[in-house]
Design a binder for this molecule. Structure first.
Ligand SMILES: *Cc1c(COP(=O)(O)O)cnc(C)c1O
Length: 393
């Protein structure tokens, strides 16, 4: 059966699976660095690209391929390139598409290091960077130069929960022959498919929703076309940020329950967002599912659900927020997100502490911003926990 023709939830369970010698129901972990050749001619043929057999795990591995094929199908892309981390995926795309003298437009609301690496490392190699507020497409349009090679956005963005209109953005990019890369980590393909909306490349931190169990770090790149795949794949295999077969197995296993995890987490998130919005000690809250979110309509248009990520500010600013964070008991104080357990953190002093002060202000990462990743616990327990923590503020 062709898994490509299945509906999404069936793809989650079956995509990427292949029949092996033992008819394994679960794709095994091929924990091997290298693969033997039948003879010298076979080895030469493998290297010449005349046969599809495996050579060496940095170049390809059956467990890793299962994961790559699975996510490529989930995103409706041509192919997947798995990496050791989400940042491995982001920087591999930057390396493959950018060159000395090239210009990139990056949304101001992205994962901290995705921006920092452009402003420091890539700037060192002569890449020009414009950081813009991508919630307004006009800002992207105004930043386009003759040497613009890529637009990089993340939606919803970490940690400001700002959205970028992917359809408008991809139309603009196509008109100017610019590659549009979207970090789809916060939505996962369950809620949003950027390639269907016209993007060229999708990246994920597999560490988050796709794996979903806070037990590995990983990343992936999915390209819309074969041409882009062929451009990026050798950059990954030559630079070497490949995923490990065991890591790949863990993510592949996690993906099978993505739909049920997402449904539970976002239903919890909606109830928690409503609870927080009505709470007298909450100054503000941003959750795409709330009517008060300035881009609620866009979220309804380009996402099939609102996810489980939210940000809020406690009345009394950072000190009050800190008190709350220190008093939650069920939610864990930790960075990362998208797992079965609920996590809470303070971006200004943690994940985004390396973004400059002006950068944080312009991106909307205020000192009072608390980021909340809702898990799949019983929502009554989560609300009771927030209630008691807020009572201590
Ligand atoms: C975590 C994260 C990354 C980086 O992923 P790692 O797996 O930690 O390298 C990139 N983008 C977003 C949106 C993230 O949340």
């Amino acid at each position: 059966m062709k898994t490509k023709d299945l509906k999404f939830n069936s793809k989650l369970v079956h995509s990427g699976h292949f029949k092996d010698k033992f008819n394994s129901v679960s794709v095994p972990i091929y924990q091997t660095s290298t693969f033997a050749f039948e003879n010298a001619d076979h080895g030469a043929a493998c290297f010449a690209g005349e046969c599809k057999d495996y050579i060496y795990t940095r170049l390809g591995n059956p467990t890793i391929n299962a994961l790559e094929n699975c996510i490529a199908e989930l995103e409706n892309g041509f192919g997947g390139i798995a990496t050791a981390s989400g940042m491995g995926a982001v920087t591999t795309v930057y390396m493959a598409i950018l060159e000395q003298g090239a210009h990139i437009i990056c949304s101001d609301a992205v994962y901290g290091p995705s921006r920092t690496v452009l402003e420091t490392l890539f700037a060192k190699f002569g890449v020009e960077v414009s950081i813009v507020d991508s919630t307004n497409i006009e800002n992207i349009k105004a930043a386009i130069r003759s040497n613009t090679k890529m637009i990089f956005v993340e939606t919803p963005a970490n940690p400001t929960i700002k959205l970028t209109d992917l359809k408008a953005c991809s139309e603009l990019a196509k008109k100017h022959n610019i590659i549009l890369t979207v970090d789809n980590t916060f939505s996962s393909p369950y809620l949003q498919k950027p390639l269907d909306l016209g993007a060229d490349i999708v990246v994920h931190s597999l560490t988050k929703f796709l794996n979903g169990h806070a037990d590995i770090v990983g990343g992936i790149i999915v390209t819309a076309t074969e041409e882009l795949f062929k451009k990026i794949k050798p950059v990954m295999t030559n630079m070497g940020p490949n995923i490990d077969p065991h890591q790949a197995y863990m993510v592949y296993r996690g993906i099978k329950t993505l739909a049920v995890r997402m449904e539970k987490a976002q239903s919890n998130a909606m109830k928690i967002a409503e609870f927080l919005e009505a709470h007298p000690k909450i100054e503000w809250i941003l959750y795409p599912g709330l009517k008060s979110h300035p881009q609620h309509e866009l979220a309804k248009k380009q996402m099939s659900g609102f996810g489980s990520m939210m940000s809020f500010g406690v009345k009394g600013g950072y000190e009050a927020g800190k008190k709350m964070i220190n008093n939650v008991q069920l939610a864990t104080l930790a960075v990362s997100l998208g797992g079965v357990e609920t996590l809470i953190q303070h971006p200004a002093s943690m994940t985004h502490s390396k973004v400059s002060a002006e950068g944080k202000i312009s991106a909307g990462i205020t000192d009072d911003l608390v980021r909340f990743s809702v898990g799949i616990e019983d929502v009554d327990d989560l609300i009771a926990d927030l209630k008691q923590a807020l009572a201590k503020v």
